[in-house]
Ligand binder design. Structure first.
Ligand code: SF4
Length: 948
């Protein structure tokens, strides 16, 4: 097993730290001559996914340019290793098509005419508009909408300093359902599996190759496998991950919870569960189900009630639902039970984000952890909150007083994150308007469902008054902005990041490489854009300066949070912001830095990351502090309370902190679900997804017995759609691409540049003998798209699949585009809300200052599918349910590769059908949402109550 060592000796092939000031390599281009190249190596953090792996920028001493990026061996999570996207940062920073200066539109919105402007003008324009909105009590009309955060906390602080409820995110098209499933159990909304020490690992994902935190996790999954762990993968696709598994379980999409509950039944029936753990660490005494009330009953009675409740989930039933053989289900269940406390798993997107009720697989998966006692253990399931470190900053603003109904509307009181993907529909319904809108590393026109509704919203100046796209690259969304503001890549900005990568805690520091190097030699910069290419800025300095522009004299109470903690009344610098954090709130950093004669900031600039602690387990067993115990009382359910707030729970006569749930235990029984109008889901359950075969039959007018319209809206096909009905898997990632930002990375696009429709040979036969390369037309509920088929056995029959990482498009042929990754298209609104897109020209080599663009050899950019999907808000989690029921046919004579048609009138109707399934607030006491459930940028408690 490769373990991280602070001196980097675990990776002998990496440059040792003492040589980072002058690292020599031979120039491969000069071979066979021996020509030395000398580098400064500067650590930073990758910005291409949320794993936050450590990069080393190789800065050529002769040219001052970054020549390449490799892994930082001093980073505790990535340990010197990267996926393909880390080194490809070099393409991003040298991209000849990137945005280098702030741009302002010079024609109508969406007309594609731009003129260069200054940062001063940008700050003045937005500062004035936002100040006026806040002063007039319209703070909720200011919205910051983030795609890829890439940092922790600073935006929460900024928005709360402005006193507004204006944080929007992409999370409800990403991970909200999985998060709800987890948080209902233990408040923390993400798993932190200890893969390296596990004996059995179950992935409901392609986690060895893609996904959140996958590179740090993948290393540790392999560590675990090399130490003897077995790996099982549930995925309808034979992904690269599934190909590495001991058990590939190709579940029919949306049936994963049925399989997991069948495993739970095996473990229960065979009495292989950890009774002591369940008894001590779940709220089993609160359970009420099927007429059974656990209160006052024995634990044995409880287990009998559970066995009875899950009796329907026989392995045979699960096989019928999922297609996975019953004997495989039984075998894996027994192996999981045998692994006991060393059972680890991961679920993030996949079944959770694809399906109606996608939060149930996470809830059912956690039941397996609870039954095996593998929560908080070495080799088991730990909580993200135990392993992710978010430091405190100086002078924290108070929570805002307002509640923004455009973010958290009453229909979805249990949504974990903002209902971001419904924003165009909310504005269409007249729920509000936006005065100042910031989209930041966010491209909803392309990455969200129903992109044409986004275009309709963004081009409407009544609905969106002023829009700035803060982005490192051009995007389909930036096209419809008023301002395009260039932001930095990995080596051009400061950020703090920490993730739950393993059973430890670490913090990583992204930094602007050129500025840092030049400041080492005595140069001084007021702002990072002065050292970056063009005038590419970093957000930290932008928000500080914008806050000063909003409140120039400090009279609004905003400016105080952006003043130096060391120089009263003067503007905060990034060195001061991060220096204060490193000095005051990272445990152990001060002492470690001091040993090397460095300040904490110097230490972080030198190494780029710091491990705070490791081997973090069983945080629930920590004793309640003496201060909290003094004057506390113990309630009848064992919860220890003080001043009306719970601080712990009694377990085996000890007061321990437990979990942040109402019972302070793992919530096997969720009273929250009963209180918020979903009493049928108080326990982990399985219910059928919107793409289940019964729903497919209903869409064709054949109502099956097992179809319940109370949970599943019936699909209404557009009148000219044809073909057999399939389930489309549209959300699998390609390991080497990241949504919008990889569009300018030649090294990545030459690996993947096509997203064909995967079709199983059985289905290919049914579809009149379709062969690889044939043109197919895929009808959704609101339109269609046309692409090539790829016939493959790597997919369950009855299901088709298409990766969402391709299909970029551009309206201008040669300007404001990423030419190596996009097709030039003709985009037309042919009737009200009826949109047609046809590809005019695809990818070809082109002249630019970068010789690589002449070497582009591929001629395809893929096909955009997300834009043909309607929104599907899950009635409970609020998550967009990505899987699509589609009709598939061979394309006709008038169809061309890449053709797209969408009717946004239909998409609005689909939205209404799904909204009708929700069970809106108020909940108990007139609440908008449960007080105990976390909320992003949480307002003050009074705002949680609906005003009468
Ligand atoms: S996993 Fe890849 S893309 Fe993500 S941070 Fe690490 S190197 Fe970058």
């Amino acid at each position: 097993m490769t373990d991280f060592k602070r001196d980097g000796s675990h990776l002998a092939y990496c440059p040792p730290v003492d040589k980072w000031d002058d690292w020599m390599e031979l120039d491969p281009e000069a071979w066979p001559r021996r020509v030395e190249k000398h580098y400064d190596l500067v650590p930073t953090i990758c910005f291409n996914c949320e794993s936050a792996c450590g990069l080393l920028a190789y800065v050529n001493k002769e040219t001052g340019k970054v020549d390449k990026f490799e892994g930082n061996p001093m980073h505790p999570a990535s340990r010197g290793r990267l996926c393909a996207k880390g080194p490809a940062t070099i393409n991003q920073i040298h991209d000849p098509d990137r945005v280098l200066y702030p741009m302002k539109r010079s024609g109508a919105r969406g007309a594609g005419k731009w003129a260069r402007t200054s940062w001063a003008e940008v700050l003045e324009t937005f500062g004035t508009r936002i100040r006026k909105a806040i002063q007039e009590g319209r703070g909720e009309e200011v919205m910051y909408h983030v795609g890829r955060p890439g940092h922790d906390f600073i935006m929460d602080r900024t928005l709360q300093a402005w006193g507004i409820d204006g944080h929007n995110s992409h999370t409800n098209v990403c991970s909200s359902s999985a998060r709800l499933g987890y948080l209902l159990w233990h408040y923390a909304d993400r798993p932190s599996p200890d893969h390296a020490n596990a004996r059995f690992i179950l992935l409901l994902s392609a986690h060895l190759e893609s996904g959140h935190y996958f590179n740090p996790h993948a290393q540790r999954i392999i560590d675990g496998k090399m130490a003897g762990a077995k790996l099982a993968v549930m995925d309808p696709r034979l992904s690269n991950t599934a190909s590495m598994a001991d058990y590939w379980m190709p579940t029919y999409p949306g049936t994963e919870a049925a399989v997991l509950l069948a495993m739970a039944k095996v473990i229960l029936d065979e009495n292989r569960f950890d009774a002591a753990f369940v008894k001590n660490w779940t709220n089993w005494e609160e359970l009420e189900v099927d007429g059974f009330r656990a209160k006052g009953q024995t634990f044995e009675a409880l287990t009998e009630a559970l066995k009875k409740h899950y009796a329907q989930f026989t392995p045979q039933f699960a096989e019928k639902e999922s297609g996975v053989k019953a004997d495989v289900i039984v075998k894996t269940a027994r192996e999981i039970a045998a692994a006991g406390s060393r059972f680890a798993s991961h679920l993030w997107r996949g079944s959770a984000s694809g399906n109606l009720g996608g939060w149930q697989p996470a809830r059912a998966l956690m039941l397996l952890h609870v039954l095996t006692g593998s929560v908080g253990t070495e080799g088991g399931h730990n909580l993200n909150a135990w392993n992710k470190f978010v430091p405190k900053t100086f002078k924290t603003p108070p929570p805002q007083k307002h509640w923004n109904e455009l973010l958290y509307p009453q229909e979805w009181p249990l949504c974990t994150h903002e209902m971001s993907f419904l924003l165009p529909h909310f504005l269409k319904e007249g729920r509000g308007r936006i005065e100042a809108y910031f989209t930041r590393v966010f491209n909803p026109v392309w990455t969200f469902p129903d992109g044409f509704s986004w275009i309709e919203m963004l081009r409407d100046e009544e609905k969106v008054g002023l829009h700035a796209a803060l982005t490192p690259t051009w995007s389909e969304t930036a096209w419809f902005a008023d301002y395009v503001l260039p932001m930095g890549f990995s080596s051009e900005r400061h950020d703090l990041m920490s993730q739950e990568s393993y059973a430890g805690k670490w913090i990583g520091f992204r930094q602007p490489v050129n500025r840092v190097l030049r400041e080492r030699t005595g140069e001084k910069f007021e702002y990072t854009y002065q050292a970056n290419p063009g005038e590419v800025w970093e957000e930290d300095e932008f928000w500080i300066n914008l806050s000063w522009a909003i409140d120039p004299d400090g009279s609004m109470g905003i400016r105080q949070y952006f003043e130096s903690p060391y120089r009263p009344g003067e503007k905060l610098t990034v060195d001061e912001y991060y220096g204060w954090i490193f000095d005051n709130s990272v445990p152990g950093l001060h002492e470690t830095a001091k040993k090397e004669g460095l300040t904490p900031l110097q230490y972080m600039r030198k190494y780029g990351a710091f491990e705070i602690t490791r081997d973090v387990y069983k945080q629930n067993e920590k004793p309640v502090s003496a201060a909290d115990l003094a004057g506390s009382t113990v309630e009848s359910n064992g919860v220890v309370t003080k001043a009306g707030k719970s601080v712990g729970v009694m377990v085996e006569d000890k007061a321990v902190v437990g979990y942040n749930t109402p019972s302070r235990k793992l919530e096997l029984f969720s009273k929250t679900m009963a209180d918020w109008k979903w009493p049928e889901f108080t326990l982990p359950e399985y219910y059928r997804s919107h793409i289940h075969r019964s729903a497919q039959a209903a869409s064709m007018g054949r109502l099956a017995e097992d179809f319940d319209p109370k949970y599943t809206p019936v699909v209404e096909w557009p009148k000219d759609s044809r073909g057999d009905v399939y389930t489309l898997l549209p959300i699998f990632r390609l390991p080497n691409l990241i949504h919008t930002r990889s569009g300018n990375a030649k090294f990545l696009y030459e690996i993947s540049h096509k997203n064909p429709l995967w079709v199983n040979p059985v289905d290919a036969q049914k579809l009149c003998g379709v062969r690889t390369g044939d043109l197919m037309k895929v009808h959704t509920e609101i339109g269609y798209f046309v692409l090539h088929a790829w016939v493959t056995e790597g997919l369950t029959p009855g299901v088709v699949a298409c990766s969402h990482h391709l299909g970029r498009w551009r309206i201008n042929k040669d300007d404001q585009v990423e030419r190596m990754s996009s097709a030039w298209v003709d985009l037309k609104e042919v009737g009200k809300g009826q949109w047609k897109m046809r590809q005019l020209e695809s990818v070809s080599p082109y002249d630019s200052p970068d010789p690589e663009t002449k070497r582009v050899w591929w001629s395809d950019a893929g096909v955009h599918q997300d834009i043909t999907f309607p929104v599907h808000p899950d009635p409970i989690s609020g998550m967009h349910c990505w899987h699509q029921m589609v009709r598939v046919e061979k394309a006709g004579p008038n169809d061309r590769y890449g053709d797209i048609f969408v009717d946004t009138n239909l998409s609005f109707a689909v939205y209404q059908r799904w909204k009708a399934l929700a069970r809106p607030a108020p909940g108990p006491g007139g609440l908008r949402r449960p007080l105990w459930i976390p909320r992003v940028v949480r307002p003050e408690e009074a705002a949680f109550y609906i005003k009468k």
